[in-house]
Ligand binder design. Structure first.
Ligand code: PLP
Length: 418
């Protein structure tokens, strides 16, 4: 065993030794759920901590261990866990009935709030998830243009259902993110739409090069294709969405996560001419089914979540994230471990620097990422295994300085990525 392997094994053993209840919960989960989970990204070795409760920025696991929550259900809990106003919105809505086969005022409140924030959005269609929103946008784009091909970025993520779930989906072409020339070359006359995130989110929190998104929008329009901006993660970063900050005007916008206030939701917003294609009033309309589309409690909580996330809250989140990224970079340098936090607004990802290069491919240096993740967990900091973290309004400055200290300690323990 090399010294590095020895260190990683010690970190794993220390993690496992303190978590007998989580280990038992994992054994039970494996009996009933394939692989002991029902959402691939929630698995990590040796076994995941069984989280039982969350209040504000604090999570508690089955062994009674507490964590500062920097996962926030993968960027959906922008106000942390069980925010009293969101809990009250859910409780009061569900107390009057949880789901009706009818349009409900909470859906209208949410749609209106979204359309008021994001200038390009004239009409809104609600779904149960961002994945469903992406799938619906693909259908709208294909229906509107009579074309099949969709362009996405390599490393881009638009959800876990077709046509975006697998790398080899038919009629989906990948181009390197940030590469104007590659996009231009892929824009054949059969392209229905270009789907891009304002930054690669699941792909390692990699910001777009300056001007890339505006050029992509222009290029798509030049060949009669739609420009679809996936703001599922990015919406939180600017009061008018990332598109507002960059002066973009996408034909369709994808949203989810923060617009559900902690519950399951998704939405497609955009130009009325496109969204109207789904209107039931229209002969031959594009039917959009879904028993729980725009669930009343999710819509109610999402409306409150957006109202709480005003320009001041967003500015504070982004400023704190900037301070944290700088602090971690400093600590990493002091620890003699080259690591960098990439950042888009209040979403960040720690990456190793190897041979002077920041390795943003989150599949690379898996053991280093995993050791760091478990070391941070053992210091009471809950991060994602791939290194992505994000801030909530529930975090205090004291929480964040504790987080920076924990990164220093964990980086020192784990050492540099080989
Ligand atoms: C940019 C982006 N688009 C779409 C999705 C899919 O959203 P959901 O998980 O709600 O289906 C995600 C989820 O992480 C995402 O990050």
């Amino acid at each position: 065993m090399t010294e590095t392997e020895q260190t990683y094994a010690e970190i794993r053993d220390a993690y496992a030794a303190r978590r007998p209840e989580s280990r038992a919960a994992y054994a039970r989960a494996r009996r009933w759920l394939p692989g002991g989970e029902t959402r691939s990204v929630t698995h990590y070795g040796p076994f995941p901590a069984a989280i039982l409760r969350g209040h504000g920025a604090t999570l508690t696991d089955a062994d009674g261990l507490e964590y500062v929550d920097l996962v926030n259900n993968y960027t959906s809990l922008v106000h942390g866990n069980a925010h009293p106003r969101l809990v009250e919105a859910i409780r009061s809505t569900v107390g009057e009935g949880s789901a009706f086969a009818a349009v409900h005022p909470t859906q209208l409140d949410l749609a209106e709030e979204i359309a008021e924030r994001v200038e390009s959005i004239e009409l809104v269609r609600l779904t149960n998830s961002g994945s469903e929103a992406s799938a619906l946008a693909a259908r709208i784009a294909r229906h509107a243009t009579g074309r099949r091909t969709l362009i996405v970025a390599t490393g881009g993520y638009h959800g876990g259902v077709p046509p975006f779930s697998d790398a080899d989906e038919p009629d989906v072409v990948q181009v390197p993110y940030g590469d104007d020339a590659a996009l231009e070359a892929a824009l054949t006359p059969d392209v229905a739409a270009v789907f891009l995130e304002p930054f690669l989110g699941a792909g390692g929190v990699v910001p777009a090069p300056e001007g890339y998104l505006a050029a992509a929008q222009l290029a798509a329009h030049r060949v009669g294709a739609l420009f679809v901006l996936d703001e599922v993660q990015a919406l939180r970063n600017h009061p008018r969405g990332t598109q507002g900050a960059l002066g973009l005007s996408p034909d369709l916008t994808l949203m989810a996560k923060i617009i559900g206030g902690g519950l399951a939701i998704g939405a497609v917003g955009g130009r009325s001419g496109l969204l109207e294609l789904t209107a039931a009033t229209r002969p031959g309309h594009l039917s959009h089914a879904g028993t729980f589309n725009g669930h009343v409690a999710a819509a109610a909580a999402g409306f409150e979540s957006l109202r709480l996330l005003d320009a001041e809250a967003i500015a504070t989140l982004n400023a704190r994230a900037e301070v944290l990224a700088a602090a971690v970079a400093r600590e990493a340098a002091t620890a003699g471990t080259s690591a960098v936090m990439t950042r888009a607004g209040s979403i960040l990802n720690l990456h190793p620097v190897v041979d002077g290069e920041t390795v943003t491919d989150t599949n690379a240096h898996g053991q280093w990422r995993s050791a760091l993740h478990l070391a941070l967990m053992d210091l009471g900091i809950y991060t994602t295994p791939r290194g992505m973290i994000n801030l909530s309004t529930a975090l205090t400055d004291a929480d964040l300085s504790r987080v920076a200290d924990a990164y220093a300690e964990a980086l020192t323990k784990v050492g540099p990525a080989a």
